[in-house]
Design a protein around this ligand. Structure first.
Ligand SMILES: Nc1ncnc2c1ncn2[C@@H]1O[C@H](COP(=O)(O)OP(=O)(O)OP(=O)(O)O)[C@@H](O)[C@H]1O
Ligand SMILES: [Mg+2]
Length: 273
C-alpha cells in the first residue's frame, strides 16, 4: 500500500495557503490574510475560538466556499504544486483533498456500506471492495452496523465520516472538529485512529479543533487563529509549552478566557499582517 508517513521538517508543503482573504456574500470579510503550510505526511492542527474562521479556511481549501456564496478574493492556495483557489469542489476532490465536514454530514437514510461506497464515487478502479475492508479494520464497530446510518451513535457517525473520506483515496484529509459532541473517551479513540491512518497510509491531515488538548497530542505543528487571522504558530512542543496557549487553550476553557489580541507581550508576526 502507500508509503509510511514522513514527518521530516524539510519535506515540501503538500498544501500551502498564502495570505488568503475570504469574503462571503461579496461583502463580509472573514479571513484577513491567512497563511499556513501543511508538509507532506504530517498532521497539522488549526485551533481557535468560535467564529475565528477555522471552518472557512477549510472550505476555502476544499472549494466548498462556493456552495455558501463565499470567495477567496486575495492570496493563493496551492496543493501538490498547483493553484486550487476557487476551483470547483469536485475538481479539488479529484486532485486529492477530501473534507470531513463539521457535524459529520453522513447520509442518514443510507446504510454504512452505501455511505462508504459513496465516498469512492470519483474512483473507477477495482480496489473499492478492499478499501471497504480497510475502513472496517480501522473502525471495527462499523462492520456490525447494518441499519441506516442515521441510527448510528455520534461517535460511530464520526467514524463513518472519516471512513468515507478514506474511500476517496485522498492525499490529504481536512477534518473539521472531529471531537465535536463526543465523550472524552471516544475523542481519544477517534484521534488514535486518525493518527494510525496518518502513520499507516501517509495521508496528510489538517485538523480544525476547539479541543486543543487532543489535537496537539497527535499534531506535528499547530496554528492558532482569532478573528480571521493566524495569531500564533509552532511545533506541537512549542505550543504545548507556550504559557499563553496553556492559559487560554489548554487550561480547560474558562468562561472569561482572554484573547491573544489582548496580550501585551504578544507581537503579531509580520508575515501575518
Ligand atoms: N456562509 C456564511 N455567510 C456569511 N458569514 C459566514 C458564513 N459562514 C461563516 N460566516 C462567518 O464567518 C466567521 C467565521 O466562521 P467560521 O465558521 O469559519 O468559524 P469557526 O472558526 O469555524 O467557528 P466554530 O468554532 O464556531 O465552528 C463567523 O463570523 C461567521 O459568522
Ligand atoms: Mg467551524
Amino acid at each position: 500500500m502507500s508509503e509510511p508517513a514522513r514527518k521530516t521538517e524539510t519535506a515540501p508543503p503538500l498544501l500551502s495557503v498564502n495570505n488568503i482573504e475570504v469574503v462571503y456574500d461579496e461583502v463580509i470579510l472573514v479571513l484577513r490574510g491567512v497563511s499556513l503550510d501543511v508538509p507532506q505526511g504530517s498532521i497539522v492542527t488549526l485551533l481557535g475560538p468560535n467564529g475565528a474562521g477555522k471552518s472557512t479556511t477549510l472550505k476555502a481549501i476544499s472549494g466548498l466556499l462556493k456552495t455558501e456564496d463565499g470567495e477567496v478574493t486575495r492570496g493563493e492556495i496551492t496543493f501538490d504544486g498547483k493553484p486550487i483557489s476557487n476551483k470547483y469542489p469536485e475538481d479539488i476532490v479529484r486532485s486529492g483533498i477530501f473534507q470531513v465536514m463539521e457535524g459529520r454530514r453522513i447520509i442518514e437514510d443510507m446504510t454504512c456500506l452505501e455511505n462508504l461506497r459513496l465516498g469512492a464515487y470519483t474512483r473507477k478502479d477495482k480496489g473499492v471492495k478492499d478499501d471497504i475492508e480497510m475502513v472496517y479494520d480501522y473502525f471495527p464497530r462499523l462492520r456490525e452496523r447494518n441499519g441506516l446510518a442515521g441510527y448510528l451513535s455520534g461517535g460511530e457517525q464520526q467514524m463513518l465520516a472519516i471512513g468515507r473520506s478514506l474511500m476517496a483515496r485522498p492525499k490529504m484529509i481536512l477534518l473539521d472538529e472531529p471531537s465535536m459532541g463526543l465523550s472524552p473517551l471516544l475523542v481519544k479513540e477517534v484521534f488514535g485512529i486518525i493518527e494510525k491512518i496518518n502513520r499507516d497510509q501517509g495521508i496528510t491531515m489538517l485538523i480544525v479543533e476547539q479541543n486543543a488538548n487532543f489535537a496537539l497530542k497527535v499534531a506535528d505543528y499547530g496554528y492558532i487563529m482569532e478573528s480571521g487571522k493566524v495569531v500564533l504558530d509552532g511545533t506541537r512542543d512549542e505550543l504545548l509549552n507556550n504559557e499563553d496557549v496553556k492559559e487560554f487553550y489548554l487550561g480547560g476553557g474558562s468562561e472569561d478566557r482572554k484573547s491573544f489580541k489582548n496580550i501585551k507581550s504578544y507581537k503579531r508576526r509580520k508575515r501575518w499582517l
